[in-house]
Design a protein around this ligand. Sequence first.
Ligand SMILES: NC(=O)c1ccc[n+]([C@@H]2O[C@H](COP(=O)([O-])OP(=O)(O)OC[C@H]3O[C@@H](n4cnc5c(N)ncnc54)[C@H](O)[C@@H]3O)[C@@H](O)[C@H]2O)c1
Length: 439
Amino acid sequence: MPKQPNVRIAPAKGKLGVLIPGIGAVSTTFMAGLEAIKRGLGEPIGSLTQMATIRLGKRTDNRSPLIKDFVPLAKIEDIVYGGWDIFEDNAYQAARKAGVLDPALLKKLKEPLSAVKPMKAVFEQEYVKRLNGPNVKKGGSKMDKAEMLMDDIKNFKKSSGASRLVTIWCGSTEVYHTPSKVHSSLKAFEEGLRKSDPEIAPSQIYAYASLKSGVPFANGAPNLTTDCAALMELARERELPICGKDFKTGQTFMKTLIAPGLKARMLGVRGWYSTNILGNRDGEVLDDPGSFKTKEETKLSVLDTILQPHLYPQLYKDLYHSVRINYYPPRGDAKEGWDNIDIFGWLGYPMQIKINFLCRDSILAAPIVLDLVLFMDLAQRAGLRGIQEWLSFYFKAPMTAPGLYPEHDIFIQLMKLKNTLRWMKGEDLITHLGLEYYD
Ligand SMILES: NC(=O)c1ccc[n+]([C@@H]2O[C@H](COP(=O)([O-])OP(=O)(O)OC[C@H]3O[C@@H](n4cnc5c(N)ncnc54)[C@H](O)[C@@H]3O)[C@@H](O)[C@H]2O)c1
């Protein structure tokens, strides 16, 4: 029998407002998807919150409700959305340019998508070298810009009638930066905002403005953003959830499926070469070495953490791992990825695995955006604050408490996610020990 819930979860009353910096391929595919689903023109495939069940109790209990019936999530019909971009295109025009969804489908959704007109962005070209656009906030210090964003957030809440908000970064990947002194504490960060410290990235100004406005923040790109002491401190102080970084789709998703399997069977890996072609705006931004470096860091870290070469030196010590992204405009959003994996087995005999993934990045990312905003809203209503490690399932470079290595194995991540939901509701955690079936 279910026990008392471990946490009190406030009901999902009223509308949930989703605020998105970056009205590009991913965010418009998400928005168009919501509208298509509301009209019965499509199914939320790829979304755990909409399609997955969760087993409760013993296997013999036959209790496997849908996740959305088990925990109180906002409904798709109750989601409203808005955002910022450096370009003036509304979400319909941006979706047409992104070229992910069929124009005939988009035409049916023209009215709601055209109504999403991007608010003026906080932007610095130093952070995204390949882009420049007219729809940007001008003048003032970085603190002034943060205050302008806070006004935008307040106005959006009022005009949309939302009772709760979540922000999710779907903006371009910013150039590689590591935390500096200005990120070491909230005090230093606020001082840096007032002095327009160049180490504070635009995405961090959005994150600061969101958290200061009482809004949880998720980061879909690999930039540092909330992954620094200052903004973690703010999230804890304001009792708000944060999570990131970099949606786990495409090639890295495949890596986190295959690498744990090879390791589970104690098979060695000598080399893993991954290359991609893609031709969307994301590909153009990643063509800049600074933005690519940010992406490369998150992509490379995955194998090391899964394979643990320090524990299995005979199998993984000499692994050569290389990741390439090539901008190739003819492909648009229809990316193609190739992996060549050199593995070895019994007595060191070599074998090879080749993967050719013709994936659609934004089609894989849109359900992740949906799940993250629904779970972040749930986390907030459940009083969870700071880094939400149980949402690692969705990220290439999961944020963790300082000093803790991230868990990349997708099946461990899924178990952690579902156990967190069970824990919230006071259900037994599933350990898969299963001795009780054989007593
Ligand atoms: N598609 C995927 O599967 C996937 C997976 C992981 C991560 N991501 C990341 O998600 C992000 C979005 O991807 P996308 O394919 O939609 O890219 P996109 O280029 O189509 O969209 C990004 C948008 O962000 C805007 N932008 C840039 N800086 C901004 C700022 N400071 N404020 C407001 N808007 C800003 C750009 O003008 C652009 O319209 C990228 O960082 C990408 O690396 C995507």
